[in-house]
Design a protein around this ligand. Structure first.
Ligand code: 1GP
Length: 245
């Protein structure tokens, strides 16, 4: 089954959990071990990416190790147009819709599209909205972050993404954010759009995951937490809270 159909089918039955691994932060073998641990904890797919230090080589090697160790679908979460690999099952073909720089809105994608088509990697389109604090990805992407109280602005970007034809919308507080996207913002965006909503950034407790799920997130992403924590029960508690299990 194509990854998009796999995700849509799962999300039609409830909130899913996505684990994010940065290929620049550990060896492919270690990434494989983490992916296997996350599969045991109940995660649904593995996103692979980071804002800096990702190359086609470490991306490809990491994707291969994750596939072999866990069998979970891999989704490339690109930090730029140069790191591409045929080893991933799919790619979030994303636009940072609130970037100040046209490069991150459409030019990077235009530069990479023909090569991605040649590689034959499945693309899943995504409107990527940076919410403050935005962290490193907000800086790298020259974002004009949506402030935590600017719910209407988040709704506008999300709805515009859907109207432009995006398969998914992602509300991103940034990796390592001290506070995740506010539940009120998640709820308002979820109410406004018809496509699934991904939420990530700063989610590292069962309480935060549960708050995002109850507010209406269709997919919850955790990155930093799964890279730091090797306690299977703790990992499962966050995955379970994400999925309402
Ligand atoms: C970043 O939303 C993801 O793109 C994950 O953030 O590392 O804070 O879990 P964390």
């Amino acid at each position: 089954m194509a990854v998009k159909e796999y995700l849509l089918e799962k999300m039609s039955r409830g909130t899913i959990h996505l684990a994010l691994l940065d290929p620049d932060k550990q060896s492919p073998a270690d990434a494989g071990a983490i992916a296997a641990r996350m599969k045991a904890a109940g995660t649904d797919a593995i996103m692979i990416g980071g804002s800096t230090g990702v190359t086609s080589e470490n991306l490809g090697a990491t994707a291969r190790a994750i596939r072999e160790a866990s069998g979970l679908p891999t989704i490339h979460f690109p930090g730029g147009p140069r790191e591409l690999s045929p080893e991933v099952d799919s790619i979030f073909f994303m636009s940072m819709v609130n970037s100040r720089d046209p490069f991150w809105i459409i030019r990077a994608q235009a530069g990479a599209a023909a090569y991605i088509k040649k590689l034959g990697v499945e693309t899943i389109s995504l409107g990527y909205i940076i919410v403050e604090p935005g962290m490193r990805v907000g800086e790298v992407g020259n974002a004009d972050p949506v402030k935590r109280g600017e719910t209407d602005k988040a709704v506008g970007y999300a709805l515009a993404s859907e109207m432009l034809g995006m398969d998914l919308v992602y509300l991103e507080a940034g990796s390592g954010a001290d506070a995740p996207v506010p539940p009120e913002m998640i709820a308002a965006v979820k109410k406004a759009i018809g496509v699934p909503l991904i939420v990530g950034g700063g989610i590292r407790t069962p309480e935060a995951a549960e708050a995002a799920r109850k507010a209406g997130a269709d997919a919850i992403v955790t990155g930093t937490f799964i890279e730091c924590c090797s306690d299977g029960l703790l990992l499962k508690s966050v995955v379970d809270a994400s999925k309402g299990a």
